[in-house]
Design a protein around this ligand. Structure first.
Ligand SMILES: [Zn+2]
Length: 167
């Protein structure tokens, strides 16, 4: 536990605890043992193509989010998205999302990507303003961000994130 500014709400001197980057509901969908989930950016991305390649990243933790964010809006977002994504992740089940559900899924994807930016050494792509905007509006930032969702059936233990930044 440490005390410094939260990267999502910016509040100083808040309690920050070490938390898993992947939420528990996703970690519980995968078998125990080392799992590596690769993150990719578009090859033209200014920060390079491949990121977030860590061994056993189900165990990755971040130490940048306050307990208020973690137990508040983030927890609410996990609760909203878990019922939507559990079956597609577990079974690859064909799924149709309403516009509101798409917004929830896109917001969650962005939130998770933003969290993962703090598991590495590089400076984050998204700004504090964009993280705070996602937190307060419960939707992706107004800067251009595209979230694509697809299933990769043949890769049982590998999910991929496309991190497509601003064009
Ligand atoms: Zn916070």
């Amino acid at each position: 536990m440490s005390h410094r500014s939260c990267v999502f709400c910016g509040r100083p001197d808040v309690q920050i605890t070490n938390e898993h980057a992947w939420p528990n509901w996703i970690r519980n969908l995968f078998p125990p043992g080392p799992i590596t989930i690769r993150g990719h950016r578009q090859p033209t991305h200014p920060l390079g193509a491949v990121k977030y390649v860590k061994h056993d990243d189900m165990g990755l933790t971040v130490n940048t989010i306050c307990t208020s964010c973690n137990g508040g809006w983030m927890n609410d977002l996990e609760g909203a998205v878990a019922p939507l994504l559990t079956s597609p992740i577990r079974n690859g089940a064909p799924t149709v999302f309403t516009r509101d559900q798409q917004r929830v899924v896109a917001t969650w994807c962005l939130k998770t990507m933003m969290v993962f930016e703090f598991t590495g050494e590089d400076a984050p792509f998204y700004s504090f303003k964009e993280r705070n905007e996602l937190r307060t509006n419960s939707e992706p930032p107004t800067t251009l961000t595209l979230v694509w969702l697809a299933a990769l059936r043949r890769l049982l233990h590998l999910q991929r994130f496309w991190h497509s930044g601003r064009v």
